[in-house]
Design a protein around this ligand. Structure first.
Ligand SMILES: O=C(O)C(=O)[C@H]1CC[C@@H](C(=O)O)C1
Ligand SMILES: [Zn+2]
Length: 326
């Protein structure tokens, strides 16, 4: 059988210290795919028609049909696009944003993308909204919403919050982080390598403090990990898979993920379906790893709000556990 880039045997960029197993890949028609979603496990669903009405999207088509709305385009000097929350920047006066962003028409973005003299890396990330042209609107309406809403209902997720359109240069990287929403990640063009880590790998990934602009992002640079500062990183275990056109990856809430657009396969086009968390009715013990992350976040938030000055957090947190819970 002709080998496909997405076969695990294609190998992947080996990060020293990071052990991965393949993310399960199951046919859209295979009932086990939805069973994995139901059990909160990541799965790559192949040959999906979730965004089947968008499989003809490419740069030229989007240029011709996205209309003249403005799109947020991020720029990075090193190809890494670590998300930061602008509302939290005042909490850390020394914070240096790793990327800049500007709004431009899709046409301007596409011509920047096509210009080979790009010294910068650029990444368009914009929720699809009502400024799109009529053909895109038709394509959007043609998504398999039955499948999306069936997952939402069956897994008791909260409402769909956004569909983020992602158009990235080959080689862009979204460093490891977790989100507080359920995500059906649909790949339309190009290939992306995903590294996924269970929420119980929290202690190996050292997220920034909750008041930091990089809240939810790992402090560890996978390309050059500081094992003195982050020793547990060397024990990191996770999953790896490559998504290509017609694949849909389910990223469960609180699962860490790092995303790389493969270098030699041109620009990538993706669309996410983010759903709010399921409402917690009755807490069932033992708590799962995601619930423990939620509890840690709530406690950290409460302490930060109570102490007011974030400079007091390190000493307070160390005092609370030092020599008592080691
Ligand atoms: O869908 C998510 O949860 C994300 O983190 C997206 C933000 C950038 C996207 C990428 O493919 O690089 C992934
Ligand atoms: Zn994410």
């Amino acid at each position: 059988m002709a080998s496909d880039i997405r076969d695990p045997i294609q190998g992947s960029k080996n990060y020293k210290h990071v052990t991965t197993a393949p993310i399960p890949r199951l046919e859209y028609k295979d009932p086990r795919a939805e069973e994995l979603i139901q059990s909160g496990q990541p799965v790559i669903i192949t040959d999906s028609d979730l965004v089947g009405s968008a499989y003809h999207w490419n740069l030229d088509y989007l240029c011709a049909n996205l209309g003249n709305g403005l799109y947020t385009v991020y720029t990075s000097g090193n190809g890494k696009f670590k998300y930061y929350d602008e509302k939290k920047v005042p909490n850390v006066p020394s914070f240096q944003p790793p990327t800049s962003h500007t709004d431009m028409t899709f046409q301007d973005f596409a011509s920047k993308l096509k210009r080979k003299d790009n010294s910068d890396w650029i990444y368009l990330q914009q929720p699809l909204n009502d400024t799109v042209g009529p053909r895109i609107e038709l394509d959007f309406k043609g998504f398999n919403w039955d499948f999306a809403y069936r997952q939402m209902k069956r897994n008791r997720w909260g409402p769909l919050t956004s569909n983020l359109l992602l158009v990235g240069m080959a080689g862009v990287v979204t460093p490891a982080h977790y989100d507080e929403q359920e995500n059906l990640f649909a790949q339309i063009q190009g290939y992306k390598r995903f590294l996924l880590f269970h929420p119980d790998q929290f202690e190996c990934l050292y997220p920034y403090p909750i008041f930091h602009p990089h809240d939810r992002q790992s402090q560890v640079d996978f390309d050059d990990p500081d094992l003195k500062k982050f020793p547990q990183f060397s024990k990191l275990k996770g999953y790896e898979g490559i998504v290509g056109p017609k694949d849909v990856l389910y990223i469960p809430m609180y699962w860490w993920h790092q995303v790389e657009s493969l270098e030699d396969h041109g620009e990538t086009i993706s669309c996410t379906f983010w759903f709010k968390a399921a409402p917690t009715e009755k807490v069932v013990y033992p708590l799962n790893a995601g619930q423990k992350v939620a509890i840690m976040r709530n406690i950290e938030k409460m302490i930060a709000d109570t102490l007011k000055d974030n400079k007091n957090m390190p000493h307070f947190m160390r005092t609370m556990v030092q020599g008592r819970y080691s």
